[in-house]
Design a protein around this ligand. Structure first.
Ligand code: PLP
Length: 348
């Protein structure tokens, strides 16, 4: 594995940023309807959200077109990725995924006793499904696919992925992380959720942290077969970590389609602006389908982060495919202007 991520050395001392573009948050959220629901429900915080969590589960099940028994809730999808990894890898085994990929599930799988079998993305940045299939062996406990992928912001053809998940899940469960799905214009068509009603052993993760703008409110869910969810929930009670007001905020957010549409639009406008600015600076970039994008930098990641942070702009730096990369999240247009100005200064 050659994937390397650079993190700020001390998060506590992380300076006040003027443009916080390092965690793929939505600068516009929470939505007006989510905020309203949050305010109204705050006083209910003396109660556990048992009944209310079921209301949210029912609402999600209806939205996804699956049964409530196929839904597992968590305080953010990180919780569900990590719990899945803990349960599946406590007796070893390997996880097959792309490289680079979003590392949260993989790191916990390794910590629990498993190993990572990375398969490089193809030159067009899509998953190398053929090579991933070949990488599966008798020790493979899970295939992890992030689509659209983080940190690259790129997608894999939905029809090919559907065929892959459908066939492979007969041998080994496939986890599809769809955190950024709703930034696609045809997200519903690109989802793998239809496989649930076909009885396939796929686990799909979704989050309210991204397009819904609720990263700090912590709500996410997984959609999977009941037997798979039972295995995980026997060991951990997945929904217990979600606060009473967050349950209501999530229900409000689901209804606020106007906010979701405006987030998607503004995100696209920022992406176009960054593409143009990078081109003007003579820089390449990887066209993105998400709320962030990557581009190669001719500078060591740690130095680059330090220089950008000194200018009060927070981004991320990675090294993969023998190159250094900057990943920048889409903030407000004003933040993106601070970013391009800082980048111009750092690179010249
Ligand atoms: N999956 C992907 C691909 C992500 O990029 C993130 C967050 O950045 C997560 C999952 C976890 O987000 P959360 O725990 O806020 O749902």
């Amino acid at each position: 594995p050659f994937f390397k991520e650079y993190l700020p050395e001390n998060l506590r001392e992380f300076p006040i940023l003027e443009a916080k573009l390092n965690a793929n948050e939505n600068p516009y959220g929470p939505s007006p309807m989510a905020l309203e629901a949050l305010k109204k429900s705050a006083a209910g915080g003396n109660r556990y959200a048992w009944k209310e969590l079921f209301q949210l589960v029912d609402k999600i099940a209806e939205f996804e077109g699956v049964a409530p028994k196929n839904i597992m809730m968590g305080p953010g999808s990180s919780d569900l990725l990590e719990k899945t990894a803990m349960v599946l890898f406590m007796n070893g085994g390997n996880v097959v995924s792309a490289d680079p990929a979003y590392m949260s599930l993989i790191r916990v799988a390794e910590a629990a006793g498993g190993t990572w079998k990375p398969v490089p993305l193809k030159n067009d940045w899509s998953h190398d499904l053929k090579a991933m299939e070949e990488a599966i062996d008798s020790e493979t406990k899970l295939v992890y696919i992030c689509n659209p992928n983080n940190p690259t912001g790129t997608t894999t053809d939905a029809a090919e992925l559907l065929d892959f998940c459908s066939r492979i899940s007969e041998r080994v469960p496939v986890f599809v992380d769809e955190a950024y799905l709703w930034f696609l214009e045809d997200g519903t068509e690109q989802s793998m959720v239809s496989l649930i009603n076909e009885g396939k052993d796929v686990i799909i993760a979704r989050t309210f942290s991204k397009i819904h703008g609720m990263a700090g409110l912590r709500v996410g869910y997984a959609i999977a077969q009941e037997t798979t969810l039972d295995k995980i929930q026997k060991i951990t009670r997945a929904g217990m970590g979600i606060s009473y007001p967050s349950v209501f905020a999530a229900m409000g957010a689901m209804d606020d389609t106007e906010f979701l549409e405006s987030s998607r639009r503004q995100n696209m406008a920022c992406r176009e602006y960054v593409y143009e600015s990078l081109t003007q600076m003579g820089l390449e970039y990887v066209p993105s389908h998400t709320s962030f994008l990557i581009f190669p930098i001719e500078m060591e990641g740690k130095d680059f982060l330090k220089k950008m942070t000194d200018l009060k702009v927070g981004v991320r730096a990675f090294n993969f495919m023998n190159r250094n990369w900057c990943r920048v999240s889409m903030g407000t247009m004003d933040e993106m202007k601070l970013f391009t100005a800082a980048l111009g200064q750092v690179l010249t």
